[in-house]
Design a protein around this ligand. Structure first.
Ligand SMILES: Nc1nc2c(ncn2[C@@H]2O[C@H](COP(=O)(O)OP(=O)(O)OP(=O)(O)O)[C@@H](O)[C@H]2O)c(=O)[nH]1
Ligand SMILES: [Zn+2]
Length: 337
């Protein structure tokens, strides 16, 4: 299978091509940092990174980037190597000297203040799409874009439907029945045990529009979340507070990454094949497609091979319709969400 594009396009992977002529090294070899400590980045605030040594939520160290990282960005969920003062004492400052290769990336869209799509969470295993069943009503366009972002970034999506005391889940379940998409349903007057079972021991990113009940959920999942989020806002005064993600430790192990202020995801780099990879029953059906086929079918891609593939009995027409809906959301505009 084709290399997944999120690896190729990771903006932190800025490669500097070495000069072709054998030039003398300008600087002596960098130290290897064999004694560096492994840590997980759990908070980012204006150039200061909160890291959990060995992923232990009780061993927190503040760090800054070492100059040798160059332009590589450091984001929540990054697995890093630290040198310097890793004591975690109040004024101690360690240095991040290495970022491990990312297993997944979640990007936010470019916005008015920043024209680049940036990675906001690295290495999350799951993307939990939090949607209320009512008040505010569900927005399938938003869910579809989240699904595409998850497939393209290497995360497994999980749909979490909140406020089930206000409305039933049947319509939405029907809409997503043809995707291999796990769904949990929650309401604020009962414990989110099914969700907890899927989060324990994993790193999961939570996304959702304002008002869907995400904070209510996080406070149930992470007993100290109030304190933790309170601490973050006390440090980070100003505009950035509301948009920066934070990783919160789950009592059963694992982390939830809350991503406030992220309303949609960067899909500009996503290819049709990235989305197709999430549909193994249909993936082979594109072998006879014309070059650069977008697989949308008529009128955009009238010669797409998927129509015939499904007519021959592979997959189902409903699966194909679901795939094409997601492919459309990739090309759709933000304001259609
Ligand atoms: N009826 C009902 N209301 C809920 C439920 N969960 C949360 N709410 C209410 O919905 C409102 C929004 O909940 P929050 O948890 O603050 O939602 P949020 O997604 O964190 O929203 P922001 O804080 O704006 O990002 C609050 O008034 C909650 O009390 C639920 O299961 N049922
Ligand atoms: Zn096609």
């Amino acid at each position: 299978m084709k290399q997944r594009s999120w690896r190729e396009l990771d903006e932190s992977d800025v490669r500097v091509r070495p000069g072709r002529r054998g030039s003398r090294p300008r600087t002596k070899r960098r130290p290897e940092h064999a004694d560096a400590a492994a840590a997980l980045v759990i908070g980012v605030d204006r150039g200061r990174y909160t890291c959990a040594l060995d992923g232990d939520p009780h061993r927190r160290v503040t760090a800054m980037r070492a100059r040798e990282l160059g332009r590589k960005s450091v984001v929540i969920g990054d697995e890093v190597s630290l040198v310097g003062d890793v004591s975690g004492e109040p004024d101690a400052l360690a240095r991040i000297v290495r970022i491990s290769a990312r297993r997944s990336v979640l990007r936010r869209t470019a916005d008015d203040t920043d024209p680049f799509e940036r990675v906001v969470v690295a290495n999350a295993e799951q993307l939990v799409i939090v949607t209320s069943l009512a008040d505010p009503p569900p927005r399938p366009g938003f869910i579809d874009r989240c699904l595409v972002a998850a497939y393209a970034g290497g995360l497994r999506p999980l749909l979490c439907l909140t406020k089930s005391d206000l409305a039933g889940a049947d319509d939405l379940l029907e809409l997503y029945a043809n995707l291999d998409l796990p769904v949990v349903v929650t309401r604020f007057d009962s414990e989110p045990d099914a969700l907890r079972a899927r989060l324990d021991g994993r790193v999961s990113a939570l996304v959702g529009h304002s008002g869907v009940g995400k904070s209510t959920l996080v406070n149930k999942l992470v007993p100290e979340a109030d304190r933790a989020t309170g601490a973050v806002s006390a440090i980070g005064k100003g505009r950035h507070t509301s948009t920066s993600a934070v990783a919160l430790p789950l009592p059963g192990g694992g982390w939830v990454v809350d991503t406030p202020g992220i309303r949609s995801f960067g899909l500009a780099h996503v290819t049709p094949d990235d989305v197709l990879a999430a549909f193994p029953d249909l993936a082979e059906g594109v072998e006879d497609c014309p070059p650069h086929c977008g697989h949308l079918g008529a009128p955009e891609d009238p010669d797409c091979g998927l129509d015939e593939w499904v007519a021959e009995g592979h997959g189902t027409p409903r699966r194909l319709a679901s795939l094409r809906r997601l492919l459309h959301s990739r090309t759709g505009r933000e304001d259609q969400d």
